[in-house]
Write a protein that binds this ligand. Structure first.
Ligand code: 0O2
Length: 240
């Protein structure tokens, strides 16, 4: 969530609170105080995830720098991060029947902070994941390898749920982050598939046809990844 979206969400909550409090016998000043106090834990909640994202991004940037010296080239093409927006969190809370308090949301939802790392080659994905997981402040909570075991849709990526400590003014807090590592080809496929999945006014027959087509495209894209990896291996062997 960027700061604009956050202010938007916080604004929505403030309006709701203002509505609740308008019938109470309360001065404007006390009402603003009450709203401010109520929003503080929510602001801290989102701030923690933003801090955890910064920690994880920095780790990948450091690895990228170091790998570029060792392997002659940067393994990371791009890093995209986001904090899940308020509406998506609420939708997940409802779908998964999660109690509506911040602690339960923190415990039960693993992808509030998300970092997506896009690499050129499949080898780099596993090398980067190994290096991240060997760091002594990182705890692996869950690993899903959709590269070795693609989803029926054709979706491929390596997913890690990790916990990373953030150091606040008076406490250390472990925060969960979902890391998705993929190649450029996997990212291209996933982005297009995601966009098309949410297109409206498509008949069920066409939807069926398109999903077969997309699964085929995922196979082609995976074979491109294998061939590019082979080309790289041949070049490395030649230069060894
Ligand atoms: P967004 O907006 O990308 O965050 P969980 O999230 O743990 O409750 P699950 O099913 O165990 O649920 O999560 P999974 O499958 O490990 O990862 C879910 C995320 O992976 C999705 O996040 C997508 O980012 C991505 N993903 C998984 N399957 C597909 C797919 O078939 N196509 C595409 N394009 N992306 C996929 P969200 O929450 O859906 O959305």
């Amino acid at each position: 969530m960027n700061s604009e979206q956050f202010i938007d969400s916080a604004g929505k909550m403030a309006m709701e609170l203002a509505e609740i409090t308008q019938n109470m016998d309360m001065s404007e000043e006390s009402m603003l105080d009450l709203i401010g106090d109520s929003l503080l834990p929510v602001e801290q909640f989102f701030a923690n995830y933003n801090c955890a994202i910064m920690e994880i991004e920095t780790k990948f940037k450091v690895l990228n720098e170091q790998f570029s010296l060792k392997y002659d080239g940067n393994p990371i093409e791009s890093i995209h991060s986001r904090v899940k927006d308020y509406d998506s969190i609420i939708r997940k809370v409802i779908r998964k029947n999660i109690p509506r308090d911040l602690q339960s949301i923190e415990e039960k939802i693993n992808d509030i902070a998300g970092v997506r790392v896009v690499c050129s080659f499949v080898d780099d994905i596993y090398r980067l994941a190994d290096c991240l997981l060997r760091q002594d402040d990182i705890t692996l909570i869950r690993k899903k390898d959709y590269i070795k075991n693609p989803k029926p849709t054709g979706y491929r990526s390596l997913h890690l749920i990790v916990s990373v400590p953030i150091f606040l003014e008076n406490e250390k807090k472990d925060v969960k982050v979902e890391v998705q590592l993929r190649t450029i080809a996997m990212d291209f496929w996933a982005s297009l598939e995601h966009k098309m999945r949410y297109k409206k006014n498509i008949s069920p027959e066409m939807l069926e046809k398109l999903s077969h087509e997309l699964t085929d495209c995922a196979e082609i894209s995976s074979s491109l990844d294998s061939r590019m990896q082979n080309v790289r291996n041949l070049i490395l062997a030649e230069n060894a």
